[in-house]
Design a protein around this ligand. Structure first.
Ligand code: SF4
Length: 492
């Protein structure tokens, strides 16, 4: 059944591709734990989700389009008994948004079935796929994750550790991966550590997840992040760590700190909530302004707005209310509703805004369309001035590592100067946090970062043919929400 994304405020945000989760426990409840783990990782992808589970003999799987809570219920979980499980929640960046591209990917190998769940994006998919097809391989999906899964299958007769090493030697790009075999759970992270992956304990079992926020709802405790290029194999003998590929140096996605990951997660031993609050403080240092109130764009702008307010002494006010339940619907929105834009999601609080000089704090500007609408909301509610402050530095380059943030031509900061963007969005002033201060806010425990979408410096070299595609004419800016039927939903 087709669904329509009716969350216009999210259209101008970068989209995280996926969340992954894995559990190895001493009872039959691995799938149930994975359900709750995926539930906590829902923000990393809302198009499809799936769980694969092994009871030591048989690997079973269930996946579908939609939210985790729509796909799984007690009846479905009853069909997934076993002590080892992996799960995946997906927003597609490669491969269409259809069920056959949902994950985990399930493959038959000479040593039994395996299932693979992948967060990230491979940049040599095409050449690997062409080579493998020439060698007689058949693919069921159009995504890059099946290429990885089939490489693992090829090498499985050498043992799972060697299969991981050989697969990592062939694939290039950003990846955090969970693999389920009949007897083991394996997780590994790319040599630059672009996408997050954390390992931890749960009672007398073990788990891995994209973010630490998946641990606490199920009583787990994060132990440590996997290092760049590192893998962990968990079986009846417990967890064993090994280097799947030599590290190229840590280059964690800086956007995980700014926006993608949940604020209650920790990365590089740092609370993301506190990191975002520090971003707000540093933003106030870099771009001070005389104003009456600091207003966050909810929810992602809240910690930075608090930081800005505390650093300046300007009072923090909630200036708009966010509808929490607008997301997806099976009812097609008509043109009149589409024209409401962000008003479907955000309602200004006139009592707080009227006559005030407002500092509006948000996490990012991608195309500029949503920010423009929010500035207008403030003015329509009577704001005397609107000063926009953004914790992400200007996004001027596309991402090739698993984040869907539009082609270069669509990125407003690739076409316009900051003064021009300020005029386009209708603000009185506009200030972005610098890359240096965004990194500084991540805290002293932070290792290296990918900053490519801000600086154009790609830590994993991107082939020219892929770069060229991302620089070519963008799709219709209005066609930002792809529905399961393949029809676009137009809002802007
Ligand atoms: S290019 Fe930007 S969004 Fe992509 S991984 Fe690097 S920092 Fe993250």
């Amino acid at each position: 059944m087709p669904y329509w994304d009716v969350d216009p405020a999210e259209f101008d945000r970068p989209k995280e591709e996926c969340g992954v989760f894995g559990a190895y426990v001493p009872n039959d409840e691995a799938a149930r734990l994975t359900f709750f783990g995926l539930f906590a990782l829902q923000h990393r992808g809302q198009e499809s989700a799936g769980i694969a589970v092994s009871d030591g003999n048989v690997v079973r799987m269930h996946k579908d389009m939609g939210l985790v809570s729509q796909i799984f219920n007690e009846d479905v979980l009853q069909t997934l008994p076993g002590h080892i499980s992996i799960g995946h929640t997906r927003y597609s960046t490669t491969g269409a948004s259809v069920l056959r591209n949902a994950q985990p990917i399930f493959c038959q190998s000479q040593v039994g079935e395996i299932a693979v769940a992948h967060n990230g994006n491979l940049i040599n998919t095409r050449e690997l796929r062409e080579r493998m097809e020439l060698e007689g391989e058949h693919f069921d999906t159009t995504g890059d994750s099946e290429v990885m899964a089939r490489l693992l299958v090829r090498h499985m007769p050498l043992g799972i550790e060697e299969a991981v090493r050989r697969t990592m030697a062939e694939i290039k790009g950003a990846y955090s991966v969970c693999v389920l075999t009949p007897h083991a759970l394996v997780a590994f992270r790319d040599p630059s550590g672009v996408r997050p992956l954390v390992f931890g304990a749960i009672r007398d079992g073990w788990m891995v997840a994209s973010e630490t926020c998946a641990f606490s709802p199920i009583g787990g405790n994060p132990a440590r992040e996997l290092e760049a290029g590192e893998a962990v194999l968990i079986d009846k003998d417990g967890p064993r760590f090994f280097q799947g590929a030599a590290s190229d140096g840590e280059a964690m996605c800086l956007f995980e700190f700014i926006y993608f990951a949940r604020p209650d997660s920790e990365m590089y031993h740092t609370s993301l909530y506190e990191a975002r609050e520090r971003m707000g403080r540093l933003l106030a240092d870099e771009h001070p302004v005389e104003a009456d109130i600091v207003v966050p764009v909810p929810d992602s702008g809240i910690p930075a707005a608090l930081g800005f307010a505390r650093a300046t002494g300007i009072p923090y006010r909630e200036g708009m209310v966010k509808s929490r339940y607008i997301h997806r619907t099976f009812i097609q929105p008509d043109q009149r509703i589409r024209e409401l834009g962000v008003r479907m999601k955000l309602t200004p609080l006139r009592a707080a805004i009227e006559g005030q000089r407002v500092v509006l704090v948000d996490d990012s500007i991608v195309r500029g369309t949503t920010t423009k609408q929010i500035v207008k909301l403030m003015r329509d509610a009577g704001a005397a001035e609107v000063h926009v402050r953004i914790t992400a530095p200007p996004i001027a380059h596309p991402c090739f590592y698993g984040i869907d943030m539009a082609s270069k031509g669509e990125l407003i900061a690739s076409r316009e100067s900051i003064a021009e963007i300020c005029e386009t969005i209708g603000a009185d002033t506009l200030g972005y946090l610098s890359v240096e201060n965004a990194i500084k806010a991540a805290g002293p425990g932070a290792k290296g970062f990918c900053t490519a979408c801000f600086t154009g410096k790609y830590p994993i070299p991107v082939p020219q043919n892929i770069k060229k595609m991302a620089f070519e004419a963008p799709p219709d800016v209005g066609q930002l929400a792809t529905v399961a039927s393949g029809q676009p939903a137009l809002f802007e």
